[in-house]
Each structure stands twice: as structure tokens, then as C-alpha cells.
Write a protein of this length. Structure first.
Length: 316
């Protein structure tokens, strides 16, 4: 067995659940927090399995440059041939919706019509291509539903953009995207571990767009299940038992092509049953209430997968 599992992250509250599972399975691990740090490029990294859990929303927790530091760490590890779970390519997709959509479309997966823009005037010009349609804005480097606002008209967008509450994306790129309306107000998040489908969870969207499954971050971020034991709305997240759909094989191909082993992929269905995929989250979290009811545990599957890689039982 190799030495240990190294967990690269910037959010203790989202990672302690994994640590608990690793301890439960008696797997050796080390916490590599990258809130700040340095990388000696002349040094040689230790042997082991390295799992990247960097989040696109790190800047909302005061860790503005953690993704950049993580990128340096991953490059160093990969240069030395270490086994990295969710390596540099996963990080690239984590911090860019633009890259996610282009990659999904490459594999024949339908995404909502999207325009990326930098600059307020450019945003307003982009909105003109959505005449007669509802549309949303969102941040290119997002997570937790950052920057998601629904607009009925270009005028409403102009009031927002020119007002005091406009919130620019941390990377400067704001997306304008067609609004896909679900007749039952829910989205589906498909969880993958080891590149294979584990389960799908139905997420009620009637209360807003911030849909962190780490037990139910709300639109004001007043509740994040990563730091509380019970959800205020137990039915908000529900595992879709026996979910099966041809889209899952396409998702697995996307993950394999980008060397992503652990991810949550989200889609929405319109009134005609058409599926639109809009998010690949490589720093996936799981809802404890939904899992307890279904008897399926995502973080336990992650820990088992990491343990298999460590022992050499899982190749590749």
C-alpha cells in the first residue's frame, strides 16, 4: 500500500465528512489545506494518492487565490507522475462554466443557449439576443449559484447592471443564459464516483437558485448543511430511486475524456421533457437527509474509491 491519501481543499466544513469516512475505513490520510501556502518546485512530492477538492466558490470564503495555488500544486504533482484524482483538467472545468458547456456540447449533450460577456455594456448587448425570452445571469467562475438572477426583459437587466446590487464574477466573465423552466420546479443532480454513476438526486428549486447539496445552502447562504446536522426542508433533496437515462453514459464519457473521477452533474427538464445540462461540479457534496432515506452514501463511496486507489485494487 502507498503511504496515504492527501486531500487538497480550502473548506474544512465541506471536507470533514470525507475525513470521517476515511477514519471509519481506517485509511491513512493527510489534510492539505490550500487557503494559503507555497510550492517548492525543486522538491519531490511524497508518494500517495492526491484528491483535489478545490471549489470555484473559494473566494466567497476569503480564499481568492486558492484555485491558483491548487493549480500550481497539481502541476507539481503531475510533473512527478503522482496519482491525482480530479487533477488539472478537472480544476480547469471547475472554475469555468464556459469550458464546461463547450465540453458537454462536444459529446452531444445539450446545454442552454449561453453568451459570455465582460463589461456592462457588453452584457446589455448580449441580452438583445434573447428578445422575447426569459433569461438568467450567472458567474462563469461560480459555485453555490453565484450571480444567478432571473430577468423578464432587457430593461430589467439594465436596471440591475446599472444599480448598486450588481455583482460581477470574480473572473470578470458574466454569462447570460436562456431560462429553462421546469414545469415541476426541480433539477436533477447525478453523482459519479470513479467515473461511474452512483445515484441521482432531485432538488426542489422553488425557493431559489442556490442549490448547494451540502445539505441545502439557501439563497442568502444562511444555511449550509456542511455545518449543520439537519436540513430545514427535508424534502428539498430526494434521491431519485432507480433513475436511469441514456444521458448518464454521455456524462461518463465526458468525465473519462477529462480525467475526472468524482463529480456531480446537473440537468433540468423542460415542459417537453428535453434535458438541458448546465453544471459539472468537481467538488461535489452530498445531502445527508436524502442519503439517509435512500441508504446510499456518496462520501462513503468516495472514501472506498480512494482506498482502492491507495491499495492498488483500483487501477488507472
Amino acid at each position: 500500500m502507498l503511504s496515504k491519501i492527501y486531500v487538497i481543499h480550502e473548506n474544512n466544513e465541506w471536507t470533514e465528512h470525507l475525513f470521517n469516512r476515511l477514519e471509519e475505513l481506517e485509511l491513512p490520510y493527510e489534510d492539505w489545506s490550500v487557503e494559503n501556502g507555497s510550492v517548492d518546485l525543486t522538491s519531490v512530492p511524497p508518494e500517495g494518492i492526491f484528491y483535489n477538492r478545490m471549489s470555484a466558490s473559494s473566494h466567497t470564503r476569503g480564499h481568492r487565490y486558492s484555485p491558483e495555488l491548487t493549480n500550481a500544486v497539481l502541476a507539481w504533482l503531475e510533473h512527478h507522475g503522482r496519482t491525482v484524482i480530479n487533477g488539472s483538467r478537472a480544476l480547469q472545468l471547475e472554475v469555468s462554466k464556459v469550458l464546461q458547456y463547450l465540453e458537454l456540447e462536444k459529446f452531444g449533450i445539450k446545454t442552454p443557449k449561453t453568451v459570455a460577456a465582460v463589461g456592462k455594456m457588453e452584457l446589455l448587448e448580449a441580452a438583445e439576443t434573447f428578445k422575447g425570452q426569459k433569461f438568467i445571469t450567472k458567474h462563469n467562475r461560480a459555485g453555490k449559484g453565484l450571480g444567478v438572477q432571473l430577468f423578464q426583459s432587457e430593461g430589467a437587466l439594465q436596471n440591475y447592471v446599472e444599480g448598486e446590487y450588481f455583482e460581477p464574477s470574480v473572473d470578470g466573465i458574466t454569462l447570460i443564459q436562456e431560462y429553462i423552466e421546469s414545469p415541476e420546479s426541480f433539477i436533477t443532480r447525478c453523482e459519479f464516483v470513479g467515473g461511474k454513476f452512483v445515484y441521482a438526486v432531485r432538488v426542489d428549486t422553488s425557493d431559489g437558485f442556490e442549490l448547494c447539496p451540502a445539505d441545502a445552502c439557501t439563497i442568502d447562504d444562511l444555511y449550509c448543511p456542511a455545518d449543520k446536522e439537519e436540513s430545514p426542508s427535508p424534502s428539498k433533496f430526494q434521491v431519485r430511486e432507480d433513475f436511469d437515462h441514456p444521458i448518464l453514459k454521455k456524462y461518463e464519457k465526458v468525465l473519462a475524456a477529462n480525467n475526472i473521477q468524482i463529480a456531480g452533474i446537473e440537468f433540468i427538464e423542460d415542459k417537453n421533457g428535453e434535458i438541458y445540462t448546465y453544471d459539472i461540479n468537481t467538488n461535489t457534496n452530498y445531502n445527508s437527509d436524502a442519503e439517509a432515506k435512500s441508504g446510499k452514501y456518496g462520501m462513503l463511496e468516495v472514501a472506498k474509491f480512494l482506498g482502492g486507489k491507495l491499495s492498488g485494487d483500483i487501477k488507472g
